[in-house]
Design a protein around this ligand. Structure first.
Ligand SMILES: [Zn+2]
Length: 216
């Protein structure tokens, strides 16, 4: 344990403020959640990006949302091969144990993961290849979406399009999980896509008929 340190003072003081403020006001809610367990109606899959904050966007309280975050909000294809799939495990638990009613994949603007995948697909030697051991291979999940974008557009537009297509690709991969497909077919689970513009605070939602992301 000699390599580890106590929490930074800044976080300790923020925690104390939360404990004395928000927690004190909602203590009964927390006690109920502790006693009765969680029953969140929603699962959200969003990016690790610190600027994306699903609980804030939706005004969610503790117990409302089962949230899984990873780089570029990616769902891998169903692959029951014994490997360590954190995302797949979270989805399985949410659908089979928690029985969430809605599963929402949220992408976002200025996503470093989406940009890195674009670099990987469009450049000979992108920096992400030499600088990182895990990020490049992980972003292979997103590569099929690159084939759906118009590579003659300006790069900034391509990256936005790749982010949108990445959300759609993740939703399609969700349906490759038999227990997700079954829950959707039986009407117990609905799948949704959204894309958050950080600077304007706009949440675009996926219109399943057109495949476009539009303002609600
Ligand atoms: Zn991101």
């Amino acid at each position: 344990m000699d390599k580890m340190k106590p929490l930074p003072d800044d976080l300790l003081s923020r925690y104390q403020a939360w404990r004395d403020g928000t927690f004190a006001e909602k203590q009964q809610d927390y006690e109920d959640l502790a006693e009765n367990g969680q029953k969140p109606p929603y699962m959200v899959i969003s990016c690790c990006d610190s600027r994306v904050n699903p609980t804030e966007i939706f005004g969610a309280a503790a117990g409302d949302m089962f949230i899984h975050r990873n780089i570029a909000n990616l769902v891998p294809p169903y692959a029951p091969d014994g490997d360590h799939y954190g995302t797949s495990a979270a989805i399985e638990y949410a659908v089979l144990a928690l029985k969430v009613e809605s599963l929402i994949v949220i992408g976002h603007s200025q996503c470093g993961g989406v940009q890195a995948c674009h670099d990987l697909c469009s450049q000979e030697n992108p920096p992400v290849k030499s600088a990182f051991e895990f990020v490049g291979p992980y972003l292979d999940i997103l590569r099929p979406a690159y084939g759906r974008i118009d590579s003659t557009k300006p790069e900034a537009e391509q990256v936005v399009d790749l982010g949108h297509q990445g959300v759609i690709h993740s939703l399609e991969n969700l349906l490759s999980f038999p227990f997700v497909a079954e829950a959707v077919a039986e009407g117990r689970l609905s799948l949704h896509g959204a894309w958050h513009d950080i600077g304007t605070g706009t949440l675009y939602t996926l219109d399943p008929d057109s495949g476009n992301f539009t303002k609600p």
